[in-house]
Design a protein around this ligand. Structure first.
Ligand code: H2U
Length: 350
């Protein structure tokens, strides 16, 4: 019988954050591709677009005018998925038809006035302003009595459903913990209660020892391809120090966080020499006025591209009906990302 090899044999891996298993089929990375080849072109974009709802000084879809902003700019989403309004509600009490009202607020964050400047192309000091804005929004929203959780995220690229190319992110703040966060919290809590340590701190210490899945690191943060990653080039930024939320970061950590966001997004763009699409977001402690020693600040990047700027991983048949599956192994992906240059392909001189 042949000996088991992570990079050749189908196997399942456990995701301790979500308490789920995934299927890895590394040998399938070699299969021929005769499917769709969707085109993702880096179209030329001006620094300011008069027709963009998010550019400084422009009028948005609902008639409100944006400030002539010069840095990061936040406004309340004109088409919010959640509403502040409190409603009267009577539960039907039927266990198979449960529902409950959800209150919240949605915001849009324009990363900079420049319509054509994505995170990997921004200076670290300007990304730092985005991080500071995330922190002040976490405080402002989290201080509202009906907000218990603040989800900060970015959808980048039209294939991720992003409706506007002006670099921006979103914040959805709400009364309940969303499902992914609740699952994560449960795992972190169980681990903390049992071991009195942070699950992600212990995981990170082991990853640093093994080195195989580390993409890059600085003094305060590490980017790695998680052992249980499902997207081909999925990564996580994990803080080296155990703290629960963005406002616990000191000045040096804030700069280091901005620096590592630039680092990984530059590598992503360099991978297929395209503006790399992804959904990313921060997972951190809820703002529910309860102490959360189990939480460990981290950021997820879920990018869909697989083979080129035009071929993405589809989470379809087996994934929808069975469980998440990946072809290229997390170790192979980490090596590919690690070996990429740290200078953005658009700025490199030949
Ligand atoms: P996405 O591109 O990730 O969908 O984010 C853009 C958000 O901006 C979207 O949620 C909001 C949309 O509701 N928006 C406004 O609030 N006002 C506008 O004039 C245009 C878009």
């Amino acid at each position: 019988m042949t000996a088991f090899n992570n990079n050749e044999h189908p196997h399942r891996r456990y995701n301790p954050l979500l308490d789920e298993w995934i299927l890895v089929s590394p040998h399938r990375a070699k299969r021929p591709w005769q499917g769709q080849n969707e085109k993702i072109t880096d179209e030329h974009r001006p620094e300011h677009d008069d027709n963009c709802y998010l550019c400084a000084g422009n009028v948005r879809a609902n008639g409100i005018k944006n400030d002539e902003y010069t840095n990061c700019y936040v406004f309340e989403n004109d088409f919010s998925a959640l509403l502040k309004e409190e409603v009267n509600y009577t539960n039907t009490k039927h266990s198979l038809f449960q529902s409950k009202p959800e209150r919240g607020m949605n915001k849009v964050i324009c990363f900079s006035p420049k319509h054509n400047l994505t995170l990997p192309e921004m200076e670290v000091e300007d990304i730092e302003k985005v991080v500071q804005t995330w922190a002040s929004q976490y405080i402002e929203l989290g201080n509202q009595d009906f907000i218990n959780y603040v989800q900060i995220f970015e959808n980048k690229g039209s294939i991720m459903g992003c409706s506007n190319p002006h670099p921006h992110g979103q914040i959805w703040a709400q009364s309940s913990l969303p499902t992914q966060v609740e699952k994560t919290q449960k795992s972190l809590q169980n681990y903390y209660e049992k071991n009195k340590t942070s699950l992600l701190k212990d995981y990170l210490d082991e990853e640093i020892k093994q080195q195989e899945r580390i993409v890059m690191e600085n003094d305060h943060f590490v980017v790695l391809v998680p052992f249980w990653a499902i997207w081909p080039y999925e990564t996580m930024i994990i803080s080296k120090r155990h703290f629960g939320n963005i406002i616990a970061m000191n000045k040096e950590e804030t700069t280091a966080f901005a620096d590592i966001i630039k680092g990984i997004t530059v590598k992503y763009d360099n991978l297929f020499e395209t503006s790399f699409p992804y959904s990313s977001g921060i997972h951190q402690a809820p703002t529910d006025r309860v102490s959360h020693p189990e939480w460990h600040f981290h950021m997820h990047f879920y990018p869909p591209l697989l083979r080129s700027a035009t071929v993405k991983k589809f989470m379809v048949g087996y994934e929808m009906l069975g469980e998440a599956q990946r072809d290229i192994s997390p170790e192979q992906s980490a090596k590919i990302l690690r070996d990429l240059p740290n200078i953005h392909y658009k700025t490199k001189t030949n």
